[in-house]
Design a protein around this ligand. Structure first.
Ligand SMILES: Nc1ncnc2c1ncn2[C@@H]1O[C@H](COP(=O)(O)OP(=O)(O)OP(=O)(O)O)[C@@H](O)[C@H]1O
Ligand SMILES: [Mg+2]
Length: 327
């Protein structure tokens, strides 16, 4: 089953300033600020939700189709994603704007000054999923992840028109979407993904109860950080899956995206939802061991051992035949 993942593609430029921002801000000069901080460390990390999810699916051997908009600077990132099994041929390259970029400087007191440049991402609304289907053939699922809001709506409408099942993952964009827009993204989704906070925000935004929302989607998957995952379907008991225990978290970024990659791979392989969620939790636990969202590797034996140690042998047995591509 072919999965397309639509959404943001970005790089994070993270700098450290060894001093203190507040020492440099003069209270009586705030009407004309002109400051430059001499940073002593720069880390450039690959990111963007759609790229992160695709990376995880690629590592699992699924050849996902990444759909989003970037700038001409994307080429080295494209090579990286292709090396990890991602089909990047449906990525739109803007003629004017750079790839979306998050630039953040952190000072010695952990104060942060950050800017997000959406750049080429605003052109994602020009992408027509029909052209993706024409190129790769039938899609089994389209994941609609945080992106230019117009693009998210367009892709969702295209899925309905094409009769392609879709997953709604509005996450960070929930805060800026109207009630009507949120309902349009969610209505008829096969899967709805949120974390705990976004689940509350979704109820608030739509004014709908959990039961009412559940009638509009196939299945609602909510992640609760170290407390694991809850899977809900209308008229069924909640299915709770605990997280994998991770003793020392190295860097928490990217857990949500890694979980989605594992979960979607599990469903693409027709595994029971419980197993899909367990695989998602193992991928999320793996990304917690690395700095960055696409720096982790998967090793079949380690993955299966982690699955067995946390959940017993059941799902490991289901999974083994699907992990041939994982080294
Ligand atoms: N501290 C942790 N220990 C073990 N597993 C974790 C931990 N934090 C997160 N996870 C795993 O990752 C999944 C997703 O986590 P979480 O609910 O924090 O996502 P999120 O809030 O969307 O994160 P983000 O958007 O920052 O990536 C959880 O269901 C769990 O399996
Ligand atoms: Mg998230």
């Amino acid at each position: 089953m072919r999965i397309a993942v639509t959404g943001s593609i970005a790089t994070d430029h993270l700098m450290s300033f060894p001093g203190s921002f507040t020492d440099q801000l003069l209270a009586d000069r705030l009407d004309r600020v002109s400051l430059s901080f001499l940073a002593d460390r720069l880390e450039i990390r690959r990111g963007g939700v759609a790229a992160n999810v695709s990376f995880g699916l690629g590592l699992l051997g699924l050849r996902p189709v990444l759909v989003g908009a970037v700038g001409a600077d994307f080429e080295p990132y494209r090579v990286w994603l292709k090396q990890h099994g991602v089909d990047t041929d449906s990525v739109l390259v803007s003629e004017e704007a750079h790839t979306a970029r998050f630039v953040c400087t952190t000072d010695r007191m952990q104060n942060q000054i950050a800017t997000f440049y959406a750049g080429a991402m605003t052109e994602a609304r020009r992408i027509d999923l029909r052209s993706v289907v024409e190129r790769v053939g039938r899609l089994g699922l389209v994941m609609v992840s945080p992106d230019d809001p117009e693009a998210m709506l367009r892709h969702t409408r295209a899925c309905r028109a094409l009769g392609v099942p879709f997953a709604a993952d509005p996450s960070q964009q929930l805060a800026r979407l109207s009630r009507r827009e949120v309902l349009e993204l969610v209505d008829g989704a096969r899967w709805l993904f949120t974390n705990e906070y976004e689940a509350a925000l979704l109820r608030d935004r739509t004014g709908l109860t959990e039961a009412e929302l559940l009638r509009r989607v196939g299945c609602w998957v909510t992640t609760h950080g170290a407390a694991g995952v809850r899977i809900r379907r209308a008229g069924r008991d909640v299915l709770a899956v605990p997280a994998v225990e991770v003793p020392g978290v190295v860097d928490p970024t990217g857990v949500g995206d890694a979980f989605r990659a594992g979960f979607l791979a599990g469903t693409a392989w027709d595994l029971p939802e419980r197993c899909a969620a367990q695989l998602g939790c193992v991928l999320a636990a793996t990304v917690l061991d690395y700095v960055g969202t696409q720096e982790y590797q998967l090793y079949r034996d380690v993955l299966l051992a982690r699955l067995r140690d946390t959940y017993g042998v059941g799902c490991a047995a289901h999974l083994t035949p699907h992990l041939r591509e994982v080294s």
